[in-house]
Design a protein around this ligand. Structure first.
Ligand SMILES: [Ca+2]
Length: 389
């Protein structure tokens, strides 16, 4: 933090000043008055509660180049005495004085900046400035997907400046990596992609004192758009060459869990069991090892149930996405968890249909992994690899 204010709260009962060990007077006044002083880096804030007009002398430690009184520029009513001392003519009542060095800080409305999605401007974000904070708000409509978020400052941000915070779609991003963005500008990229859907509200707050607006634009870049999986008729599991992967026979899991194995607690389970508690931990993955007797192309089917509106998973085969859409597969909501109602188990096809390529598998051992994206559960009963002619 650039500002680590030393807050000095004091009640001055009389005309006495408050000093310290080196006999410096921090603050003094000619009438009984209540004051609170806080020191930042090259800023000083003085709150005064005075019953009558009075004169307050304050040690700032610098010669101020600007002052605000109650948020308004104050060119009068104060003066720099000498040696970092500032003398304020305080009126009766409450007052907030701020002093600092450098250009006049922005207050009130500032210039709006652009919010771009995949290079196209979608909206303008109006800005507002306070003593130690700027804020910008906006809204944009987006398809369900993962988005890379980059803030493009208007000028190089000095070292030691606190990090901005961006609330976007209910998530708060506050960890940033410095990157060279696609538009050739230095940017701050969120460490994690944001999962966004529908009307997405944005609120950027930046806790610092700004003499000019620090923001040029916010860039959202689509990392993956969700691919909805359609509910389909069950595949023929008895057909020649079909490889069955029972969900309950998973090999390992990580970054969340543990998944629970249901042995008869759910309706009509293939193989007598299924898994539940898959998710909601972000990034929770489950992996299955399976053996392919004959090399070839295979469609991949899954039987799942979820009471959620939908549930997102990424798919990898041997730790790699087999095709781009595998980064964000959207399992459909099925109306329940299939605890008692077997119709809540629904088949979908992940690969080898609906425009997605089949899996090309060599003979031998392979690993299939599903990783939670977002925070929604899905129950999995069984998966099937069906040879594609
Ligand atoms: Ca099963």
């Amino acid at each position: 933090m650039r500002h680590s204010p030393l807050a000095v709260g004091l009640l001055l009962a009389n005309c006495l000043g408050l000093g310290h060990a080196e006999s410096r007077t921090y603050i003094s006044c000619d009438r009984p008055v209540t004051c609170c002083v806080s020191y930042g880096t090259q800023t000083v804030t003085l709150q005064v509660q005075a019953r009558e007009a009075c004169q307050v002398s304050l040690w700032a430690g610098f010669r101020p180049t600007w002052a605000f009184l109650n948020g308004e520029k104050a060119r009068e009513g104060w003066q720099h005495a000498a040696d970092g001392m500032v003398v304020v003519q305080a009126a009766a009542g409450d007052a907030l004085w701020e002093f600092g060095v450098g250009g006049w800080p922005l207050r009130g409305d500032g210039p709006p900046f652009a919010l771009k999605v995949d290079g196209k401007q979608r909206t303008l974000m109006p800005t507002s400035f306070w003593a130690r904070r700027m804020e910008a708000r906006g809204e944009v409509k987006l398809p369900l997907g993962l988005y890379r978020v980059t803030l493009i400052p208007a000028y190089p941000i000095p070292n030691g400046t606190p990090a901005p915070k961006l609330r976007i779609g209910g998530q708060e991003l506050s960890e940033w990596d410095e990157v060279l963005a696609a538009n050739g500008r230095q940017g701050l990229r969120a460490e994690a992609d944001a999962l966004l859907d529908g009307e997405v509200g944005l609120q950027l707050t930046w806790a610092d004192t700004f003499t000019r607006s620090p923001m040029r634009e916010i860039l959202l870049e689509t990392a993956a758009t969700a691919t909805p999986l359609a509910k389909i008729d069950p595949p023929d599991l008895e057909a020649p060459g079909v490889i069955i992967i029972e969900a309950e026979n998973y090999t390992r899991e990580g970054d969340g869990g543990p998944v629970q194995v249901s042995k008869g607690e759910h309706a009509d389970q293939h193989g007598g069991a299924s898994i539940f508690s898959f998710g909601p931990g972000k990034g929770h993955w489950v992996e299955w090892e399976f053996s392919v007797p004959t090399a070839g192309k295979y469609a991949l089917y899954a039987r799942t149930a979820t009471q959620e509106e939908y549930s997102l998973r990424s798919l990898t085969i041997d730790r790699k996405p087999p095709f781009p859409a595998a980064a964000l597969l959207q399992f459909p909501g099925t109306g329940g968890w299939a605890r008692t109602d077997a119709t809540q188990w629904v088949w979908t096809v992940l690969a080898g249909a609906e425009g997605r390529p089949p899996l090309e598998l060599t003979a031998g051992e392979h690993r299939l992994r599903l990783t939670t994206v977002g925070e929604k559960h899905v129950n999995v009963d069984v998966m099937a690899l069906v040879p594609k002619g």
